[in-house]
Design a protein around this ligand. Structure first.
Ligand SMILES: *Cc1c(COP(=O)(O)O)cnc(C)c1O
Length: 303
């Protein structure tokens, strides 16, 4: 077992004292060398369920740089499941070698099915799932991004008893599964702030489906133009943060969240004396693929 849950400790981030707040980061990125911390949390009870029901194969969906695809491929290899990744983008069929995420997933034994963007949009439909069953036989289905009830149960285990001392808990938001788990396990007097990594008005509704508490809020100002969209300002921030605090951030999720937290602290958006906990959900495997794209555009790279 190579999950090191004990490595996920809270690390203090030193800030100028005049900001008047305390910031810590929970190093969920350290749980596993390839699997984003929150993806491990989201898969845990799904793997137990798949095993209990006797499934030998996991099937899931994702984009070509997806942390979730990496995670499913990796746990499949580790726990003895066959894995199938339905990947958005037919044009990638003969380009696996140029993509570090897909190359890694393939080395874990994941089998791919590349589909057009329009087919990908139909991925949750009964017809599409049935055609996948005809092609691959029976499988345990994990939705895109891994969010379902069992995933949220796993994410409820991110916060520990001592984390109840924090006034704010911050996390990056993709599909909303991780923040839902955090909200469920939070104290009512804590506030959970989600930083969406994409433009998505649907997120509030999605999260509300899973939680009944109202001690949470989405901070929608830091998506940098949309999912996986970045600019030189964000790259500069990620590099500077690593230099100062020796903590790597990923460009799709945690970089944007931390940029947002620091910006809000600088603008005095948190009351003086606040104790803030940011969740480092991982995602570091995505840096290599992002750097390849930055290099093509002759933009500064993530160090
Ligand atoms: C997937 C992911 C998220 C978003 O998690 P959701 O549960 O989909 O909201 C955040 N951070 C990282 C690093 C991720 O890989």
């Amino acid at each position: 077992m190579i999950f090191n849950l004990e490595k996920s400790s809270n690390q203090h981030i030193s800030l100028p004292t005049e900001f008047g707040v305390e910031l810590y980061i929970k190093r969920e990125d350290k749980i596993h060398p390839h699997i984003s911390g929150n993806k491990y949390r989201k898969l845990k009870y799904n793997l137990i369920e798949a095993e209990k029901l006797g499934f030998k194969t996991l099937l899931t969906f994702g984009g070509a740089y997806s942390n979730h695809i990496t995670a499913v491929a990796s746990v499949g290899a580790e726990f003895g499941f066959k894995t199938i990744g339905v990947i958005r983008g037919e044009e990638l069929t003969d380009k696996i070698k140029d993509n570090p995420t897909l190359t890694f997933a393939q080395s874990c034994g994941m089998q791919f099915k590349f589909v057009s963007r329009s087919d990908y949009r139909e991925k949750a439909s009964k017809d599409f799932i049935n055609s996948l069953k005809e092609e691959f036989g029976t499988f345990y289905l994990i939705p895109e991004g891994g969010t379902n009830t069992l995933a949220i149960k796993g994410c409820e285990e991110i916060l520990t008893e001592t984390d109840k001392n924090f006034d704010y808990v911050c996390c990056a938001v993709g599909t909303g599964g991780t923040i839902s788990g955090l909200i469920k396990s939070s104290n009512q007097n804590q506030k959970i702030l989600g930083f969406p990594a994409l433009k998505g008005a649907f997120l509030t509704k999605d999260i509300s489906k899973f939680v009944i508490k109202n001690n949470w809020e989405l901070i929608v100002d830091y998506h940098f133009g949309g999912y996986a969209k970045i600019n030189t300002e964000l790259v500069t921030f990620i590099n500077q943060f690593k230099k100062e605090h020796h903590i790597p951030l990923d460009p799709v999720y945690t970089g944007k969240m931390m940029y947002g937290i620091i910006d809000m602290i600088t603008k005095n958006k948190f009351p003086k004396g606040s104790k803030i906990l940011a969740i480092h959900t991982g995602g570091l495997q995505g840096i290599e693929g992002m750097n390849m794209r930055l290099k093509e555009k002759k933009l500064p790279l993530i160090k």
